[in-house]
Write a protein that binds this ligand. Sequence first.
Ligand code: VGL
Ligand code: ZN
Length: 201
Amino acid sequence: MHSPDTALLVIDVQNDFCPGGALAVAGGGEIVPGINALMPEFAAVVLTQDWHPAGHSSFASEHPGKAPMEMIEMPYGQQVLWPDHCVQGSDGAAFHPDLHTDPADMVIRKGFRPEIDSYSAFFENDHETPTGLEGYLRTRGISKLVVVGLATDFCVNYSAVDAAKLGFSVELRTELCRGIDLGGSLAAAMTGMKDAGVSIS
Ligand code: VGL
Ligand code: ZN
């Protein structure tokens, strides 16, 4: 059992990020049993859920002439264009069927504003619009986080780095994460997390 000030943060373990899904991460489903097994060790369990309206601005299908995995410049910076994924209420947006959701104290949804993407569990991709998770954790007396989930180089990375910047003590369990690895993004994410003070185990 971890101390009462430690939460497990489970990022985007949803059907669309698992094999067969719209934005499948290789081996995405493999991490589910290990994550389930960890849950009882924590005073708090928080799940995030990528939750986009149809026609979200991060979807390549909204940008004529653009293909998934191409980059564009958005008012808030560079944005990868994704295949349509995690559309609100769809099967793809649902949690992996084997993920234990009953132990979750909190499910936080992100990416619901049409004009901006949100990789991090804490801030949208402008790095300033909060999701409210920081306040939730602090008012629960949580100061330490163990982070797992999908995808290592996007939502897990952004969440872990933001958490460390906010002053949480953050540990990433790499065996319970899987990455997309787009043009070296996985190695860059690992370096970025280490530089931000995330402990990698
Ligand atoms: C994610 C790309 C787009 C993730 C979410 O969960 O890492 N990646 N939306
Ligand atoms: Zn998304």
